[in-house]
Design a protein around this ligand. Structure first.
Ligand code: GCO
Ligand code: MG
Length: 446
């Protein structure tokens, strides 16, 4: 009876007959289209909320978008671990009121209008907030369609997502032990680092401290100890594990571009899978010289927020892997455009997937990885028990491959009660990169 009344109210007689599968409201496709046109079936956004938590070593932020259909909500990642509170404010003070009453189905329309609603744009805080909204709308779209997001984009190009894991240690023995444990877990791609980025522990003369320059907790990193140790580390790992293991390394913008070029040339003989962030984004124009100087595959992008950064490197084929942090670009809708652009220039994906990405963000990485032909490799980190408790259905990794939960949307849910047990450390040092200094006290990019 209900359906008949609805049909009548839509001016649709019984002429529709049996038109195929009924949707969740018992409507045929044509009826659903007509209903949507009449607006009566339009799904509206009723609330956009950001929730911050710290279940492990990083502050995480998730956005929950609630809708006019009771119980239908979506989740997005808005994690900017160093500055969580401005992202929370951007969501609560602006994106929430902006989105009320808007069609949850119209993702691109919402994204385009929210992106310019701040007028000034392409920054980390607003992009992360926007990502939370955007990803949540894709989650809702999948739930409405009864499909995982990768199916909305045309389905899989691969059965699972090949991943890399982090190995490292303070000396060659620790590094070898760490690589061995990753090989035993089935990883075929392994990032190797001697200590922290820039191998800070190998630098010795903090002359700036003796001079009372900076603060005692400011860190020391000189380039030469790092440059020498990195070449030795590759040589040693290759000797221990042979030529087939895929080795990656993150320079993390810690050295001068000229030193980076010299290091890349020295690493050529060890056949790296890729070397990441050889220079800071502010030195993007160096990539032409890097390209001319070495055949080492280059990955870049985790620090990018703007199309002005990724478009030039992709269209000139100056990098081999685009490594943006999805929520830093403004969300899934942006990342899938970056992936498509990169496909036409033979640039492959290597989305940023660190500990400071929520399982919702990791799921978004993986759904995109599954559908793009120019997939490269995916960074993953293990989720601790607290994170798994907060995010039921979070992605899993087995034998070096990552899998999404094949439920509609991202396949990840959110236990807000559990999240409350792990408040963020907003003011503490955990949200900061302590200043890093050369011997003379001059600042090093972190
Ligand atoms: C990586 C990154 C991270 C970043 C971190 C910053 O390649 O995974 O460099 O380790 O340093 O995400 O918050
Ligand atoms: Mg990195």
């Amino acid at each position: 009876m209900k359906r008949r009344n609805l049909l009548k109210s839509l001016g649709l007689g019984a002429s529709l007959g049996a038109l195929g599968v009924l949707d969740r409201r018992g409507l045929h496709a044509a009826e659903a289209t007509a209903a949507a046109a009449k607006g009566s079936a339009r799904l509206k956004i009723t609330k956009v909320r950001a929730i911050a938590m710290r279940p492990g070593g990083s502050n995480l932020i998730v956005v929950k978008v609630e809708t006019s259909e009771p119980g239908l909500y979506g989740l997005g990642c808005a994690t900017y671990t160093q500055r969580p509170s401005p992202v929370l404010a951007a969501v609560h003070d602006f994106l929430d009121p902006f989105s009320h009453g808007r069609d949850a189905d119209n993702i691109e329309d919402l994204w385009q209008n929210a992106y310019t609603s701040s007028y000034w744009r392409n920054g980390p805080v607003l992009n992360n907030a926007l990502s939370g909204l955007d990803m949540a709308l894709w989650d809702i779209k999948g739930k409405r369609a009864g499909m995982p997001v990768h199916q909305l984009l045309g389905g899989k190009c691969r059965f699972a997502v090949d991943c890399y894991s982090h190995a490292g240690g303070r000396d060659l023995k620790d590094v070898v032990d760490s690589v061995r444990s990753k090989v035993q877990q089935g990883f075929r791609h392994i990032r190797i680092q001697m200590g922290s980025y820039g191998s800070e522990h190998l630098s010795t003369r903090a002359d700036f401290r003796d001079a009372g320059f900076g603060l005692p907790q400011d860190k020391l990193m000189d380039s030469l100890p790092y440059l020498k140790a990195t070449v030795k580390m590759f040589d040693h790992v290759r000797t221990e594990f042979g030529d087939d293991l895929e080795l990656l390394h993150d320079i993390h913008e810690r050295i001068e571009p000229r030193d980076a070029i010299r290091l890349l040339k020295e690493l050529e003989r060890f056949r790296p899978f890729f070397i990441e962030d050889p220079v800071a984004p502010e030195a993007n124009d160096y990539f032409r010289q890097i390209r001319a100087a070495t055949t080492v595959p280059i990955a870049m992008g985790e620090l990018f927020n703007s199309p002005h950064e990724w478009v030039p490197l992709i269209k000139e084929r100056l990098i081999d892997f685009i490594r943006v942090h999805l929520s830093q670009t403004g969300g899934f809708s942006v990342a899938r455009k970056i992936a498509t652009l990169a496909e036409f220039f033979n640039v492959r994906s290597a989305w940023h997937g660190p500990g400071d990405t929520s399982p919702v963000g990791h799921a978004a990485n993986l759904h995109l990885d599954l559908v793009i032909p120019n997939f490269g490799i995916q960074e993953v980190v293990p989720f601790n028990e607290a994170t798994q408790e907060i995010f039921p259905g979070c992605p899993t990794v087995k034998n070096g491959y990552a899998y999404v939960n094949e439920a509609p949307g991202w396949g990840v849910d959110f236990n807000e009660t559990a999240a409350k047990k792990y408040p963020i450390d907003n003011a503490g040092r955990s949200a900061y990169w302590e200043p890093v200094r050369r011997r003379d006290g001059s600042a090093v990019r972190p």
